[in-house]
Design a protein. Structure first.
Length: 80
C-alpha cells in the first residue's frame, strides 16, 4: 500500500516542474485538485479509522502537499 503513496508523490513532479517553469497556475485544473483534496481527506479519515498511523502519515503528507501546491500557486497568481 505504501508504494501507492510513492507513486502519488512522483505523479506530482510533472505538474510541479511545469508550474516552476511557467511560473503560472493558469494551467492547473481546479476541479482536478479539489478532487485530489477530497480523495486525500477520505484516505486520511479511513486511515485513522484503521488506526494505521504510517498510512495516516503517508496520506496526510500527500494531502498537505496537494493543499500547499494549490494554495501557493493560486495565491501567487492572484497577487500579480
Amino acid at each position: 500500500m505504501y508504494y501507492v503513496t510513492f507513486i502519488t508523490y512522483v505523479s506530482y513532479l510533472p505538474q510541479i516542474f511545469k508550474l516552476l517553469k511557467t511560473k503560472s497556475s493558469h494551467d492547473i485544473s481546479l476541479t482536478s485538485y479539489i478532487m485530489w483534496l477530497s480523495s486525500g481527506f477520505c484516505s486520511i479519515t479511513y486511515s485513522i479509522l484503521l488506526k494505521d498511523w504510517l498510512l495516516v502519515l503517508a496520506n496526510g503528507s500527500n494531502f498537505a502537499l496537494t493543499t500547499f501546491l494549490l494554495s501557493w500557486y493560486y495565491r501567487k497568481d492572484r497577487s500579480r
